[in-house]
Design a protein around this ligand. Structure first.
Ligand code: NAD
Length: 456
């Protein structure tokens, strides 16, 4: 049984010692973390195989390699980012110099989901460490093997008053959320995001919410259909569709629909063979509850490709569904599985109206070679981020912020954006006292005109 209050208190005391403020300490912690991950590589592969049936190549690409790359990038840049940044000084404030200092928040809480259970716990931790914070990580209770591996890894690498993993279910989450943290970083569903934000509001704790939603994928008439089909099949079926930025549904120009379906089928066969649910490169559904939720979607519309189920191994073959209606649950909820509904359009305005009727998505993918269509969609549709002529990979960059907008989240991270997320910007004006105009001091008689000349 965790003594959560004591864990938080010990982190508070550790933070107040000031060791985490030292940049050398942060860099050596990141190096320790990196070495620990490398030592644990086989155990991470094993845990991800058990939780989600992920292949080693997929696990390395989307979880281990991703975070190692991020750690290296942060180590390389941290000294530069952490220096006070000199900025311009307003004329009304001279003589003086202005700076932005970045300071750690203190103790942060990282809550992560089960779909990329390693990466989505470690990537925020990299930002928290870089920012000079202590951290409590609460991984998902669904990905049990990876959660317990995270606990062993972190216990081996860090003292618990610096970084601590707390395992457990909702009851533990609720107890944790009653504690006072200095920052909360939550990744998960919209529904739980609201609970977390409500809990944070009672103590005015700042937070980031990395949520999900229905991310559309638009295929225009003018694009390379076979490449589009290949990239969409990859982005949809990696981790069996259990990816926050997976294309949730397809909006396709009617003229290219049948060619797309043919190319899509061919690519599924190339990737996973004749019987995808038997492929060792094809992941399984996290648990029976999610399996049954996904199974129920197969009762709507027309299955064009796939639809096979393997209940014992919790696998659903890559599936394409036609003839669905907006009233069907599959269009009301985030699918989060290997089922892709296909909706056709004739005019791009029709596709845009359809998408903007729904909450702002985390991602949007557009396949087109037409620059004016690209410009129109990027200007008119609000979404977290995305790709033109690809899927998913925009998030694998330390140079761009990753996060949602509206219902898909608040805030962002990765690379420098993680450092910014986990630090407070402290604005400091350093004044010289050799000159101090009397303009701001009362009495103000006769000063208004002069003030107006400066503040305009
Ligand atoms: P979830 O919201 O059910 O769980 C996320 C975390 O919240 C877990 O640690 C869980 O233990 C905890 N939790 C669950 N119910 C709770 C409750 N009632 N009170 C307090 N804590 C609770 O999400 P999930 O099912 O693990 O993940 C799937 C969702 O996450 C999808 O919506 C997906 O789009 C989203 N997601 C978003 C991102 C992103 O980067 N934006 C990444 C991955 C997943």
């Amino acid at each position: 049984m965790y003594k959560i209050g004591e864990i938080i208190k010990s982190q508070d005391e550790f933070f107040k010692l000031g060791r985490t403020r030292d940049i050398d300490f942060r860099i050596s912690s990141l190096i320790k973390l990196k070495n620990g991950i490398c030592r644990y590589e086989d155990a991470i592969f094993d845990a991800l195989k058990r939780d989600l049936g992920k292949s080693k190549a997929e696990s390395y690409m989307t979880e281990i390699g991703f975070v190692l790359d991020e750690i290296n990038f942060v180590i390389k840049n941290l000294r530069k980012w952490s220096k006070p940044k000199r900025v311009k000084t307003s004329i009304s404030q001279i003589p003086g110099k202005s700076y932005i200092y970045r300071e750690p928040y203190g103790k942060v809480l990282i809550m992560s989901p089960w779909n990329y259970p390693f990466q989505l716990s470690i990537a925020p931790l990299i930002g928290a460490i870089a920012g000079g914070n202590c951290a409590v990580i609460k991984p998902s209770e669904y990905s049990t093997y990876t959660s317990s591996l995270l606990k062993s890894l972190i216990e081996e690498v860090f003292e618990s008053e610096y970084v601590k993993v707390i395992e457990g279910g909702r009851e533990i989450n609720q107890r944790i959320l009653k504690e006072k943290f200095d920052y909360i970083f939550f990744t998960g569903s919209v529904e739980v995001g609201k609970i977390v934000m409500q809990a944070a509001s009672s103590s005015l704790t700042p937070l980031t919410l990395e949520l999900g939603g229905k991310s559309p994928c638009i295929v225009d008439r003018e694009c390379n259909i076979s490449t589009a089909a290949k990239k969409i099949a990859w982005g949809k079926f990696i981790n069996s569709g259990q990816t926050c930025v997976a294309p949730d549904y397809l909006v396709i120009h009617k003229d290219v629909k049948s060619k797309f379906i043919e190319c899509f089928k061919e690519n599924i066969k190339k990737f996973y063979g004749d019987n995808p649910i038997k492929s060792s490169d094809y992941s399984k559904i996290i648990n029976i509850k999610h399996f049954e939720r996904l199974e129920s979607y197969l009762n709507t519309g027309n299955i064009l490709v796939g639809g096979e189920l393997d209940v014992k191994n919790r696998k659903i073959s890559p599936t394409l569904i036609d003839n669905i209606s907006m009233e069907d649950n599959i269009m009301k909820e985030e699918i989060f599985g290997p089922i892709l509904p296909i909706i056709e359009y004739e005019d791009v305005n029709e596709a845009i109206s359809f998408i903007i009727e729904m909450p702002k998505p985390l991602a949007l993918y557009l396949f087109t070679d037409n620059k004016s269509i690209e410009k129109k969609i990027l200007n008119e549709v609000s979404f977290g981020g995305g790709c033109v002529n690809d899927t998913i990979i925009h998030l694998a960059s330390s140079h761009m912020p990753f996060g949602g907008v509206g219902n898909s989240g608040i805030g962002s991270y990765h690379g420098k954006f993680s450092y910014d997320t986990f630090t407070h910007s402290k604005s400091i004006l350093k004044k010289y006292n050799f000159f101090d105009t009397n303009l701001r001091y009362p009495p103000y008689k006769g000063k208004l005109e002069k003030i107006k000349k400066i503040l305009k």
